[in-house]
Structure formats: structure tokens, C-alpha cells
Design a protein. Structure first.
Length: 277
């Protein structure tokens, strides 16, 4: 039996990228999907696509226009939603932003913005829903981090900090909620072909671009399939694709010895830039 069939799933950042890909996959599997995002136009476009995909017998996709950084507004919207539709069985926190750049080039506002959306946005969403899951003593929570959430990447000081925060938060939350029958999973996606990545490419330092090289991008649909497969198997750590699995294994095997290796890679990237390679 498909664990997602008939389940109520709320996805933040569900109008684009990995969130939209998850929505497509879940609708196909018979879930009752609700999308939460900031932009009404994208939400309506996503709902139209998903309703066509689901067909007339499926419950229509619901949309909520809300900003995860505005705690009071979010609480009001989510509370009203749950008063009508009940507590979601599954919450997937996909809302996220990134803005690469070297530490000295990034303004303080960027650091605050990324923490507000990526970390506090996740906290705010779960503050609104987790108490109801605890009363029901069931639920599934999926938090989206990044490879930059377990390895500090050159050019991603602000982003890595926000995604490391999501990782630490999820570790502690998993322990606290397990006695209530609530499953927590954390996802570390690699570079994924999404509108967010297109935005990042405009701001990546040359050295970051050189380090990335010709790394193959995953599609959002492939990432979504991997997430749903591993959540169904009750996995806590989810590493879509080969790159993330290798990096996670290497980091845990060699520990602090990773830093000289990273330094060598950066040094080589700088050399190639100087040589025009």
C-alpha cells in the first residue's frame, strides 16, 4: 500500500523547484496536496498544472499565500486552514533562498535574509503545526537542507550557515518528537536544476564556479522521487544522487582531514583562473 495515498500534505515553497516536483509526484500518488508560497501567480499556475495532472476525481489542490518569515501572519493562515481541513499528515519545508558570494562581498542583510527564510521559516512553520501533530501523536516532517548544510562551501558563507542551522535543528527535533510517533527526515540535495539555481549562477564567485566544474545537475523530479522513496522507508538522513552520498561519507570518514583537501581544491581553482583554464 502506498503510504502517500489519501494523505494530507502541506508543502512550503511548493510553487516551484523541488517543492513543485514533490507536489507533482504526490498528486500522482493520490495525496491531498496544499501548496504554501509567497507569490499568488505562481501558486495559481502550479495549482492549475497539478489539478490537470490529478484529474477530475482527485480532491483539488489547495493553495495558501503566505510568507514563512512573517510568524504572526503564518500562524493565522495555518490555524484557519487546519480549522477547516485538519492537521496535515505530512509537512515538507521546501521554502528556501540562496545568494552566493564571498563573505566580504555580502551585505549583512543577505545573512539575515537567508537565516530568516531558510532557518526561521522552517521553525515558524513547524511552530504552527507540531503541537497539533503531538496531540494526534502522528505525523511526518521533512526539512530540506543542502550539501552546503554539512560541508561549508566556498562562496556560500551565508547559505551554509542557514542550512547548517536547519541540520542542527532537525537533529534535535527528531529526538524530541520520536516519542510522539512523529517522523522527522532531513534532505541534503545536490545542485538541482531549479529557478533558484539559475538565480545563484548570476552571483557565484569565479572560484566557486571553478570548484563546481562540470558537475552534473539533478533534475527536481529525480530529487523528489528519491525523497519520497526514503521518507517511506523512514530514513532520517536523505542524500539524493551520488555526489551527496560520496561527500557525506568522505566527511564522516576523514573528519578534520577534509580541510587540507578543501584548501588544495580552492588553491587549484585559483591557479586555473589565473592561467585562464
Amino acid at each position: 500500500m502506498d503510504i502517500y495515498a489519501g494523505k494530507s500534505v502541506l508543502i512550503t515553497g511548493g510553487s516551484s523547484g523541488i517543492g513543485l516536483a514533490l507536489s507533482r509526484a504526490l498528486v500522482k500518488r493520490g495525496s491531498n496536496v496544499t501548496l504554501l508560497a509567497r507569490r499568488q501567480t505562481l501558486l495559481e499556475e502550479a495549482r492549475k498544472e497539478l489539478d490537470l495532472l490529478a484529474g477530475p476525481v482527485h480532491e483539488p489542490v489547495k493553495i495558501l499565500k503566505a510568507d514563512v518569515t512573517r510568524e504572526n501572519e503564518l500562524n493565522e493562515i495555518v490555524s484557519e486552514f487546519m480549522g477547516t481541513h485538519g492537521t496535515p499528515d505530512i509537512i515538507i519545508n521546501c521554502a528556501g533562498v540562496s545568494h552566493p558570494g564571498t563573505f566580504t562581498s555580502l551585505k549583512r542583510e543577505i545573512f539575515h535574509w537567508l537565516m530568516e527564510v531558510n532557518y526561521f521559516g522552517t521553525v515558524n512553520m513547524l511552530k504552527a503545526i507540531v503541537p497539533c501533530m503531538q496531540k494526534r501523536r502522528s505525523g511526518i516532517i521533512v526539512n530540506i537542507s543542502s550539501i552546503a548544510g554539512f560541508i561549508g562551501l566556498y562562496g556560500y558563507t551565508a547559505y551554509s550557515a542557514s542550512k547548517f542551522a536547519v541540520s542542527g535543528f532537525s537533529d534535535a527535533l527528531r529526538s524530541e518528537l520520536k516519542p510522539y510517533g512523529i517522523q522527522v527526515s532531513i534532505v541534503f540535495p545536490p545542485d538541482t536544476k531549479t529557478p533558484q539555481l539559475d538565480y545563484e549562477e548570476k552571483y557565484k564567485p569565479f572560484i566557486t564556479q571553478q570548484l563546481a566544474g562540470s558537475a552534473k545537475l539533478m533534475s527536481a523530479d529525480d530529487v523528489a522521487r528519491e525523497i519520497l522513496k526514503k521518507v517511506a522507508r523512514k530514513k532520517y538522513i536523505i542524500l539524493p544522487g551520488t555526489e551527496g552520498k560520496i561527500l557525506y561519507l568522505v566527511k564522516n570518514l576523514i573528519g578534520k582531514r577534509q580541510y587540507p583537501i578543501i584548501d588544495l581544491l580552492v588553491k587549484d581553482a585559483i591557479r586555473k583562473i589565473k592561467l585562464g583554464v
